[in-house]
Design a protein around this ligand. Structure first.
Ligand code: HEC
Ligand code: HEC
Length: 245
């Protein structure tokens, strides 16, 4: 990956911002709609995709405060007039966002984010839609093993996230196969962090998620697995920030 691309990845991750200024990505995005009366808001799928993506990113960064604020934004995006027949689906998306808004547990938040993504997928499935069309190639490995693995973890997490939302087997499996080849060992991590028992537990969990991702076929299994896996990124990055404080 070029330096420019890597910088874009780092900027997109928000981890660096979170370390630098403590608050992370806590500000709502400028493109979001603030007028709850605005017509067509519920059907603005690009906005929904963007809003839930911000949640995924905040969680990868281990930032629960941002996650909760962003959940409010997601819920607001589903207010207003809606097409006929959408109510049952929207209720489930809103219910997941509401639980996210109030949770004070990072692991639970990660699981709720996966549930939220799956509620998007449920409506798309009911409409016989697959809303993500392309799966790009994973970023190449070039620098040190640890950074490359992190960038590939991020790529895998994004594809699997899209796999839930689209819903798309292709996207899910692309993420799962990259994840399977980027196994972090305690030695890898020990070079960057103090290997606490908590971090060792997270590593074991991610390894187990990585080994079952390719064979998880139902939406429920994938949701469960993604929540567990996302909780792993979130917890280790939070611990990392604590260690570096
Ligand atoms: C109540 C049903 C329903 C829910 C809930 C729903 N969607 Fe959609 N989505 C649709 C329909 C119908 C389309 C296709 C028509 C359109 O683009 O509006 C669509 C299309 C999309 C697209 C493709 C848009 C494009 O123009 O290519 C994306 C991206 C998307 N949805 C994301 C999401 C995300 C993210 C969520 C959850 C936060 C979500 N959707 C929840 C019904 C839903
Ligand atoms: C066991 C701990 C641990 C886990 C688990 C973990 N990370 Fe990281 N991650 C780190 C550390 C430490 C850094 C900072 C690297 C450094 O020292 O510069 C980092 C940095 C990153 C970066 C910045 C990229 C770079 O070049 O350094 C990305 C992207 C990233 N992680 C994504 C993820 C994703 C996505 C997951 C979950 C699927 C994840 N990480 C799981 C420890 C972890």
């Amino acid at each position: 990956m070029s330096t420019q691309n890597r910088t874009a990845y780092l900027a997109a991750l928000g981890i660096l911002a979170a370390i630098g200024c403590g608050g992370g990505r806590s500000k709502p995005v400028t493109t979001s709609t603030t007028n709850s009366e605005e017509a067509g808001r519920v059907t603005n799928m690009h906005q929904h995709f963007h809003d839930v993506g911000e949640i995924q990113l905040a969680l990868i960064s281990g930032n629960l405060v941002s996650t909760r604020e962003l959940a409010k934004q997601v819920r607001a995006g589903f207010q207003g007039p809606q097409p006929q027949g959408w109510a049952p689906f929207i209720e489930r998306s809103v219910a997941s966002a509401e639980m996210l808004e109030v949770t004070d547990d990072l692991n639970m938040a990660a699981r709720l984010a996966a549930t939220l993504a799956n509620t998007c997928g449920d409506c798309h499935r009911a409409h016989e839609l697959t809303v993500v069309e392309h799966v790009a190639a994973p970023p190449p490995r070039e620098e040190d093993r640890f950074s490359d693995f992190m960038v590939q973890h991020r790529w895998a997490a994004d594809r699997m996230w899209e796999g839930l939302i689209a819903p798309s087997d292709e996207a899910w499996l692309a993420g799962a196969s990259v994840l399977a080849t980027t196994e972090l060992t305690p030695e890898d991590v020990g070079e960057r962090l103090v290997l606490t028992p908590e971090i060792e537990t997270i590593l074991r969990q991610i390894r187990s998620d990585a080994s079952s991702a390719g064979s998880a076929t139902s939406a429920e299994e994938r949701q469960e697995l993604y929540g567990s896996f996302l909780a792993g990124c979130a917890s280790c990055h939070r611990d990392m920030m604590n260690q570096r404080d």
